[in-house]
Write a protein that binds this ligand. Structure first.
Ligand code: NAI
Length: 700
């Protein structure tokens, strides 16, 4: 069957996009559609046309795998123009998702009908682009400036009912979508309805505030590079209000091309592909069947246990949450109730939804209640002895085939697994705090973890709305091992003369959500301090963390105690520089014989970034991470690394690995082997390659 199928139903033509899995508008689909439009336009026996999609959706938009290549004819805006120019009514019949170019096709149709579950939107901004096939010109004509700005700048889709209320769809299908669409087309023909073209409509301006565009611009994020595409979206919609339709289209295309050529868009595509590639594990094929997970148990109702339990409850799983003390259980449950109530109060979900989610949580003080669970996730204190004891008990009571996961952030998953007689069923599922919000999940593959156990965790992540990245067992896995090198470098910078706020400012000006010192204050300075106390440290580590540990010894744990690297006014979260801390660094530097100097933002960012990427390269050398893009996915989703910078590995790719190695070798001379380029980095630099090439990101 052709990618665009045309059938006659009496005097109505039914055009079906049929390009699985999501009817992406590839070159073949675009020309198929264009041919259909030409033929049907010239056929007097056809009185109206219905356009729909086969399979699970209308169309998810452009074929993103064509990105990066040159333009291929026919361009989508032309095909849509031709659809709109037809002299007979054209009805779009939408189900599933109609996104990006797919939605623009629907906007080019004269009438729209959707089924109740349809979703539609223009998500281009999320990959650094603007809609480029008339979306920014037709949507404001359909629903007005304010609503169009919201949809285009956020990139978030709306549902069928919202679309109907906005006047974007004319009808919601009651029965079979295609049959209802055909009936609608027949009605239109019978009533003599004419084509109704959005391009011929003025943008409704009644009641639109004069400063609507300025307000929207000032609502965007802080960093100019993070605003390239959102600003272009606003400019394009503004053009729709000022220019005739065809001039607006020209302007849209110019803005689109500018975005398309931007480094931000390239980084965002990388992030997009990287996320999809992360799901592919080379030695675990489709023949490995995931285990069935319907019930979940969580051990520990502390910070992480709560977040993990809510992640599963939010996705519809019944969750039993087990504590060893009534008081801790009550506290955990109360906190989760509060989280749901406040989400409902802020309009994030309906009160009924909040109640339903909370009702899926079953509190318990008995480990035995976990005996019939398909998956148990342990999130108790970070202590090997306790964890081993718990896994021993779980081994004795959990049903056969149950998956036993630990949320440990630093302990050896293999050692924990060996506390059971079934290490094949054990793995790490490392969530990030707050676990009900953060998208990242590191799936930690133990030496003995069965393939189907890993496959189950990876696919389960999708069901609970997380992005899973596979990691091997090592101290800190991917993210925390990198952050350790990054944090240690921040300490070195502070000893050498940069203040914590100078370091943080350099990093946030570069685009990160937070600098290393503010991050440490937020997470709690005591966390790293306690971990360091339990392990043998090198002399260099002791010297590097001297001030850090002194601050912790003073009970200055960060935000939670009102003091850490910064000072926090009561009830406030804004870090204020603390001269006492700065004096401590100066004093310690003197003691260690470190000459202090002013350090500029470029050096700060470069040194921190090289520590991240070089540790990333070591993780690849060791086989802990599968691919560079996985590391970027970890950093973008778990550590506030700006997506428009593509992640730490991508950022260093953009600098050029040869340049990076040269610079690192200069730092190596000054600071020693922590800047020695990792094997992989040195090799790729020699070969003139990048960490991330397109193929590896697509997981092929
Ligand atoms: P927490 O101290 O907030 O919670 C631990 C909970 O476990 C407490 O409520 C405690 O009463 C309970 N517990 C202790 N022994 C128990 C037992 N035998 N049976 C049942 N419950 C027991 O600690 P948090 O922060 O939630 O950490 C839990 C685990 O998650 C640790 O392994 C930690 O390393 C890991 N983790 C923590 C992250 C964080 O940001 N806090 C991030 C990722 C992992």
């Amino acid at each position: 069957m052709a990618v665009v199928d045309v059938k006659r139903r009496g005097d109505i033509a039914l055009v079906t996009l049929d390009h699985p899995p999501v009817n992406a508008l590839s070159q073949a689909v675009r020309s198929g559609l264009e041919d259909a439009v030409k033929t049907l336009g010239a056929d007097p026996a056809v009185k109206a046309v219905v356009i729909t999609g086969a399979g699970r959706c209308f169309s998810a938009g452009a074929d993103i795998t064509e990105f990066g290549g040159g333009p291929r004819k026919p361009p989508l805006y032309q095909v849509i123009h031709d659809i709109e120019a037809l002299q007979k009514p054209v009805v779009a019949a939408m189900h599933g998702t109609s996104l990006g170019g797919g939605f623009e096709v629907a906007l080019g149709c004269h009438y729209r009908i959707a089924d109740t579950k349809a979703k539609m939107g223009l998500p281009e901004v999320k990959i650094g682009l603007i809609p480029g096939a008339g979306g920014t010109q037709r949507l404001p004509r359909a629903i007005g400036v304010t609503a169009a700005l919201d949809m285009i700048v956020s990139g978030n889709p709306i549902d069928a009912e919202t679309a109907r209320r906005a006047g974007l769809v004319d009808r919601i299908a009651k029965g079979d979508l295609v049959e209802d669409a055909l009936a609608y087309a027949r009605e239109l023909v019978a009533s003599g309805a004419k084509p109704r073209r959005l391009s011929e409509k003025p943008v409704p301006m009644a009641g639109v505030a004069q400063d609507v565009f300025e307000k929207k611009r000032s609502s965007l994020g802080r960093h100019p590079s993070g605003k390239v595409a959102p600003n272009a979206c606003i400019d394009a919609v503004e053009a729709a209000t000022k220019l005739p339709f065809m001039d607006g289209m020209k302007h849209e295309l110019e803005l689109f091309m500018r975005c398309y050529a931007s480094p931000e868009a390239r980084a965002l595509w990388h992030v997009f592909f990287a996320e999809r590639a992360a799901a592919v594990i080379p030695d675990i094929g489709n023949d490995v069947k995931a285990r069935k997970i319907e019930t979940v148990g969580v051990l520990g109702a502390g910070t992480m246990g709560q977040g993990i339990a809510m992640s599963f409850a939010n996705a519809g799983f019944p969750v039993t949450i087990v504590e060893n003390a009534q008081e801790a259980l009550d506290r955990g449950i109360a906190k989760m109730r509060e989280t749901y109530e406040s989400a409902a109060a802020r309009g994030r979900m309906t009160p009924d939804e909040a109640k339903a989610r909370f009702a899926r949580l079953a509190p318990s003080l008995s480990l035995t209640d976990l005996k019939d669970k398909d998956l148990v996730i342990e999130a108790v204190f970070e202590n090997m002895k306790i964890k081993k004891e718990i896994f021993g008990k779980l081994d004795a009571l959990a049903k056969k085939g149950a998956i036993l996961a630990t949320n440990t952030s630093t302990l050896d998953v293999d050692e924990i697994a060996l506390a059971t007689t079934r290490p094949g069923d054990v793995l790490g599922m490392h969530f990030f705090s707050p676990a009900n919000i953060m998208r990242l999940l590191e799936v930690v593959r133990g030496a003995k973890s069965e393939k189907d156990v890993i496959a189950t965790a990876m696919s389960l992540a999708k069901r609970i709305g997380k992005v899973a990245v596979l990691a091997g067992v090592c101290d800190g896995f991917i993210g925390n091992r990198m952050v350790a090198a990054y944090g240690a470098e921040a300490q070195a910078l502070a000893l050498e003369g940069a203040t914590p706020s100078q370091v943080d400012k350099a990093v946030t000006d570069w685009g990160l959500a937070m600098g290393p010192f503010a991050m440490s204050d937020l997470a709690g300075i005591d966390v790293g301090w306690r971990i360091r106390q339990e392990r043998p440290l090198t002399n260099e580590q002791k010297m590097r963390y001297a001030v850090n540990d002194k601050i912790a010894e003073l009970g200055r744990f960060g935000q939670k105690t009102g003091r850490g690297f910064y000072f926090y006014a009561k009830g406030e979260r804004t870090p204020k520089p603390d001269p006492e801390v700065e004096a401590m660094y100066a004093e310690e530097a003197k003691r260690q014989g470190i000459a202090r100097r002013a350090i500029g933002p470029e050096e700060i960012v470069e040194r921190l970034l090289f520590q991240l990427a070089n540790t990333g390269a070591q993780l690849l050398d060791e086989g802990i991470a599968l691919r560079a893009s996985d590391i970027d996915t970890v950093y973008v989703n778990g550590y506030g690394f700006p997506a428009w910078r593509g992640g730490p590995m991508w950022s260093v790719d953009e600098i050029g690995l040869k340049t990076a190695v040269d610079k690192m070798q200069a730092y190596e001379k000054m600071h020693g082997p922590r800047f020695t380029p990792a094997k992989l980095l040195a090799r790729l630099a020699r070969e003139g390659k990048r960490f991330n090439d397109r193929k590896s990101n697509e997981g092929k």
